[in-house]
Design a protein. Structure first.
Lengths: 356, 333
């Protein structure tokens, strides 16, 4: 095992920087028309869907979404654990409140013969649970995917590129279990995944990437949250420039992972940390969050939200829970993703399904 | 004596348009400094506070807020206020709450707790911040509208107006008209306002808060559609009269002070209205003059006791960067 800083040798740094430069030149703007709002969802054609259906062997179904565990006063309820599903520091926890519940019946306030329980849920789209980003999520220099001005994203919703344009994706999914490939339970925080890693990992399962594929990358990172919710938000393993370039060149439609940003991320960087993070750190009984120090991966990593989402119209699905499917050693499957059709949203909480 | 509603004759329309032009020509920008974010709160000086304290006769305390609940008046296009119980008696009754082992000896300790969702503007009794309204790119005192973002208002947020303590003058326009509830088309001119002050024996002075009772909230429970259709409200000449008298805050039990139907740039849903276009007080009062607007009050209790003068405390929730905040104003008469 190599120590932090040693693992990125000179050759790797040069190769990754070159991949980054090439990735930055790639664009799908105009490829599917000047008015296109679906981006790489266009790659999920009948052939891609049939390829997905052909991957179904036993019809075992694996949910890939993280559990949504609502905040409230759960810490006072002895029957309800306060442990939460992975979320980033400073992002509000999903809220889950009951408008009518069994307690009302216990108090004799309602007709017990027939009583409905009803609830309300509020969920931050990004950073608090498994979610897909819409193409309205990222703008650079005032432009979103396909040249739409960032001004189309209003306080009342995105007039263009909202998540409702995705509607549904049914395609072939492949799982690349990078943690297992590394011989680890959880990838190292400073892990940087290259194209060679993806090729080698895919080759172990005999997988070749095809247009319209959904490629899911397991790092095991959600396990960190259970141990240390503060460390979860600091430096994370992520997909590097050459790996993203490879997937872009193969016309992959969607890249998903169980980390929070797909790309290498370091939330201990004061510039990245959200205003509410301090309170979350306090709640986690951690006295402070010491920055790990400058992330050496910055020198050659690429902003995948800019290159993949904004330039290429590809979809990123973050904060997945890939433990169950990884344990089952499933690597090829039918991938089904149906976002909530929240008009004008920059994404949606989602529970994609894998059918093996 | 019953005072008739001012009918909007061509002559009244012409004089109200003239009053609006004069009202719009007035500005307090720069009056209290280039960086001022307090606006007319600066008018509330020691004399105003002492005048308020001198108004206390019986010591009776009045809440001037609507109840925050599902049957309270709210305006159009706003989601309802919602109360979400986080833990309640039902949890203990059903055996899912367990505080007995909380180290308080033999006595179990139990707790009710909740979260709430409040729609400030048009959702309940609220105070508008000076960042609530702007024209072109300029808010009160020339601050840019660009300072109001999805992160909140970095200038003129409601937290600047931490509290107001002054004399309140109640203009009971319903009483003045001799009705329980003012007519929906009612429009208060300078003549009406002066007449009401005279009838009540009050004089508005610099730093006062002026509260206008129309009785309109009574309409809501029976007919929410009528509540939102057209409302009685303060006209341009009436507002001009009060501005010249030096009011620091204007409150009313309608929405928008001028009430629905009078605004300058009506929404497509606004009804045709004889007073349409005659008053849009958010621009003149809030944005140009920095005068606070306290809307959707419940003034029925104060009016029932004919408490025309009182000591008023207005303490909005200090929601950083909010363009307004729910408030429970307290009057002591």
């Amino acid at each position: 095992m190599t120590a932090v800083g040693e693992r990125y040798d000179r050759e790797l740094r040069q190769r990754e920087a070159a991949a980054r430069d090439k990735l930055r030149t790639m664009s799908n703007w105009g490829r599917w028309g000047d008015d296109d709002e679906r981006g790489a969802a266009n790659l999920v054609d009948a052939a891609a869907s049939r390829r997905g259906l052909a991957a179904v062997k036993t019809a075992a179904v694996y949910p890939l979404g993280s559990e949504i565990r609502g905040a409230g006063m759960g810490m006072y309820h002895s029957t309800r654990p306060n442990a939460t599903a992975p979320k980033l520091l400073g992002v509000a926890q999903p809220l889950h409140y009951f408008r009518a519940d069994g307690g009302d019946a216990a108090l004799g306030l309602v007709n017990q013969a027939r009583h409905l329980a009803e609830d309300t849920v509020m969920i931050p789209v990004q950073g608090a649970t498994s979610h897909i980003d819409s193409l309205a999520h990222v703008s650079v220099n005032g432009e979103l995917y396909n040249g739409q001005p960032s001004s189309v994203v209003k306080s009342y919703g995105a007039l263009k590129l909202g998540i409702e344009n995705v509607a549904a994706l049914i395609t072939r999914g492949v799982l690349l279990d990078l943690a297992r490939f590394r011989g680890k339970d959880v990838c190292d925080a400073d892990d940087y995944i290259t194209a060679d890693d993806l090729r080698a990992c895919a080759a172990e399962s005999g997988i070749e990437f095809a247009p319209g594929d959904a490629v899911l990358i397991r790092t095991g990172w959600p396990k960190v949250f259970a141990e240390d919710p503060v460390r979860y938000s600091t430096r994370q393993p992520g997909l590097g420039s050459s790996a993203a370039l490879l997937l872009a060149e193969r016309d992959v439609a969607l890249v998903g992972s169980d980390n929070s940003e797909i790309e290498p991320y370091d939330g201990s960087d004061p510039e990245v940390m959200r205003p509410g993070a301090r309170h979350d750190i306090y709640l986690a009984h951690a006295s402070s969050l010491e920055p790990i120090g400058s992330d050496p991966r910055r020198e050659f990593a690429t902003d995948l939200h800019e290159t993949l989402v904004r330039n290429l119209g590809m979809y990123l699905v973050e904060m997945l829970d890939l433990e169950q499917i990884a344990t089952a050693r499933v690597t090829e499957f039918l991938f089904i993703l149906a976002p909530l059709l929240i008009r004008g949203a920059t994404g949606s909480p989602v529970n994609p399904l894998a059918v093996a | 004596m019953i005072r008739p509603i001012t009918s909007i004759t061509p002559e009244v329309r012409a004089s109200e348009e003239e009053a609006e032009r004069e009202l719009l020509s007035l500005s307090n920008w720069g009056r209290w400094g280039e960086d001022d974010e307090l606006g007319a709160l600066n008018l509330v000086d020691l004399a105003a506070v002492q005048r308020g304290m001198a108004a206390v006769k019986t010591g009776k305390v009045y809440s001037l807020s609507q109840l925050i609940g599902p049957t309270s008046p709210r305006g159009e296009a706003r989601p309802p206020n919602q109360l979400f119980m986080a833990i309640d008696g039902g949890d203990f009754a059903s055996g899912s709450g367990n505080f007995q082992s909380a180290g308080r000896g033999a006595a179990p300790f139990r707790v009710g707790d909740e979260a709430m969702f409040l729609t400030t503007h048009n959702g309940t009794t609220h105070l508008d911040a000076l960042s609530h309204y702007w024209v072109d790119d300029e808010m009160y005192n020339g601050f840019s509208g660009k300072t109001v973002s999805s992160a909140g208002a970095s200038k003129l947020g409601i937290e600047n107006m931490a509290g107001m303590f002054t004399r309140a003058v109640l203009l009971d326009m319903a009483r003045y008209r001799g009705v329980e509830i003012c007519d929906p088309w009612d429009y208060f001119t300078a003549e009406d306002v002066a007449g009401c002050c005279e009838a009540e024996g009050v004089t508005v002075q610099s730093g006062d808060a002026v509260l206008i009772h129309t009785g309109w909230p009574e309409v809501y429970e029976a007919d929410p559609v009528k509540y939102r259709y057209a409302q009685p409200g303060l006209g341009s000449s009436g507002a001009l009269f009060l501005v010249k008298a030096g009011m620091a805050l204007v409150g009313a039990d309608n929405t928008g002070i001028h009430g629905y139907g009078a605004r300058k740039y009506p929404l497509p849903s606004d009804p045709p209205n004889p007073k349409a276009g005659l008053a849009d007080l958010h621009v003149s009062l809030l944005r140009n003059l920095g005068i606070y607007m306290l809307e959707m009050m419940d003034l029925a209790r104060l009016a029932a006791d004919a408490a025309f003068e009182s000591l008023l405390a207005v303490a909005p929730l200090l929601v950083k960067g909010a363009t307004g905040a729910p408030v429970n104003p307290i009057a002591v008469a």
